[in-house]
Design a protein around this ligand. Structure first.
Ligand code: FEO
Length: 169
């Protein structure tokens, strides 16, 4: 594998684990606020991010590449309003999309089509994650100020169940 592509994928493992940590911190915030449904949603999101990291970890190993695990940064966002974590989540997903695109470009430059094909799943996944984040913000804007609506929104998010990623290596 091209050295730069391999390095970027290695770094992405770390970014995905950081994403898991950020989402766990968001779950932590909502738990403290008594919104267990929001917390559930973000706990599951954290699990999905760990899955993303593991897919990259396995992909590198399957291709005979070295995996280097670095320290995971501390989630350093401070949240005050119920909306703050939602905006932080969207911003973060947009950042992750840009990272995936950079790896994709690097793989494309060296005609590493196996890696671009592997990353196709992530490109699609980022589209879904950004949409989910935008939907959460819209719904909070619409209903967040009304206690009864917020209760219903929380109940809806409590129903989310974890399912393993559809990408199998
Ligand atoms: Fe692994 Fe939310 O992107």
């Amino acid at each position: 594998m091209n050295e730069r592509v391999s390095k970027l994928l290695n770094e992405q493992i770390n970014k995905e684990f950081y994403s898991a940590y950020l989402y766990l911190d968001i779950a932590n915030f909502y738990t403290k606020k008594g919104l267990d449904g929001f917390a559930n949603w973000y706990e599951i999101q954290a699990k999905e991010e760990q899955d993303h990291a593991m897919l990259m970890y396995r992909y590198l190993h399957n291709n005979g590449e070295q995996v280097t695990l670095e320290a995971i940064a501390k989630p350093d966002r401070t949240f005050e309003t119920l909306m703050d974590p939602l905006r932080a989540g969207l911003e973060h997903e947009q950042y992750v999309t840009s990272l995936i695109n950079t790896i994709y470009e690097a793989a494309q430059e060296v005609k590493d089509f196996r890696t671009t094909q592997f990353l196709d799943w992530f490109v699609k996944e980022q589209g879904e994650e950004e949409k989910n984040s935008m939907d959460q913000i819209t719904r909070m804007e619409l209903f967040g100020d009304d206690a009864r609506s917020l209760y219903m929104l929380n109940s809806e998010l409590a129903a989310r169940v974890y399912s393993a990623p559809s990408l199998v290596l």
